[in-house]
Design a protein around this ligand. Structure first.
Ligand code: NAP
Length: 242
């Protein structure tokens, strides 16, 4: 089954920890060639040794919210590894607080990373995918794009923005051979949550491993056939935290 990814170049943003790192761990064991990004090389400090055992894994630091960096890194990936076949827009940040406590910095960081970053990385890979009439863009969105939560105004706005953008993009790209897949995870135990939230709720949160299994499965099922898995919602068994 893993041969499906034979020599496919997969670029994962936000791959230094959490859900992205777990997806990378699983894909590293296939025949895919992985380009992993997070803001700095230092971000990969804790996973570097583990990843070094895989000859098909390469690190390309890049802040997805910075236009020039994204284009520069995309060029490096395609020059060194070849055309990107699959882009996983996973990099994300969150600040959960009441609306009256949100700041302009919160706005800039969530909108620029979660929405603008997804736009930018996608823009870089599209021309070669369109030329080859083949490619997959998989966005890790959130149930917060679909459901109202207290304390999530800007995070939800950024993720709902990705949802609206990707639904329209899917229609623009389906006849060009490109699949746009959106995954909507519920609460997952990663550093996106404060330590306090994790220690209170870890028993009912999903694990990054659960989500990574689903993402790899969706990708495998999306490789060849002429159908498209468009949206997948994955929640903890006991539902949302609030
Ligand atoms: P995480 O553990 O905090 O990991 C986030 C990753 O994104 C890290 O690798 C981080 O590395 C990277 N990142 C952050 N800002 C970046 C930027 N500007 N440019 C490039 N990389 C950046 O969080 P996670 O839970 O795994 O989140 C992964 C995705 O899942 C996010 O899009 C998140 O919104 C989504 N999601 C998470 C949950 C959840 O409950 N955990 C639920 C639904 C959706 P650096 O900080 O080193 O750059």
């Amino acid at each position: 089954m893993n041969r499906l990814f034979n020599k496919k170049v997969i670029w994962i943003t936000g791959a230094s920890r959490g859900i992205g790192a777990e997806i990378a761990r699983k894909l590293a064991k296939t025949e895919a060639i992985l380009a992993l990004s997070a803001r700095t090389a230092q971000s990969f400090k804790s996973t570097k040794k583990e990843l070094a055992q895989f000859k098909n894994v390469f690190i390309f630091p890049c802040d997805v919210s910075i236009h020039e960096e994204v284009y520069e890194v995309y060029n490096k990936i395609s020059d060194n590894l070849g055309n990107v076949d699959i882009l996983l827009n996973n990099a994300g940040v969150a600040a959960f607080k009441p609306f009256d406590e949100l700041t302009v910095d919160d706005y800039n960081s969530m909108i620029n990373t979660n929405l603008f970053g997804t736009f930018l990385a996608t823009k870089t890979v599209l021309p070669s995918m369109i030329k080859r009439k083949k490619g997959i863009i998989l966005n890790i969105i959130s149930v917060a794009a679909k459901k109202t939560f207290k304390g999530s105004a800007l995070y939800s706005a950024s993720k709902a923005g990705v949802l609206a953008m990707s639904r329209s993009m899917r229609e623009d790209l389906r006849e060009k051979g490109i699949k746009v897949i959106d995954i909507f995870p519920g609460a997952t135990e990663t550093e996106l949550w404060s330590e306090k939230s994790r220690s209170k709720y870890d028993w009912r949160m999903m694990k990054p491993d659960n989500l990574a299994d689903i993402v790899v499965d969706v990708l495998q099922k999306s490789m060849n056939d002429n159908f498209m898995i468009e949206e997948v919602i994955v929640r903890p068994q006991l539902g949302d935290l609030s």
